[in-house]
Write a protein that binds this ligand. Structure first.
Ligand code: SF4
Ligand code: SF4
Length: 61
């Protein structure tokens, strides 16, 4: 299990939003928002972010 999240490094380029298979990412101000309830931790958004603003944190259990 893990948790994906978007950090303040996000430059709101929008690249991550269309690649998410479950539409967990949406535009927000000042940085994009990743809905952790919807996210399946597939990692697709992580691969396309040009500034490496999408991080993944491993959780126990
Ligand atoms: S890890 Fe996958 S499911 Fe989660 S926000 Fe990124 S693209 Fe969507
Ligand atoms: S791809 Fe990265 S910089 Fe672009 S909107 Fe998504 S999190 Fe922000």
């Amino acid at each position: 299990m893990g948790t994906h999240f978007i950090t303040d490094d996000c430059v709101a380029c929008g690249a991550c939003e269309p690649v998410c298979p479950v539409s967990a990412i949406s535009a927000d101000d000042p940085v994009y928002l990743l809905d952790q309830e919807t996210c399946t931790d597939c990692g697709a958004c992580d691969d396309v972010c040009p500034v490496d603003a999408i991080k993944w944190e491993k959780t126990e259990g």
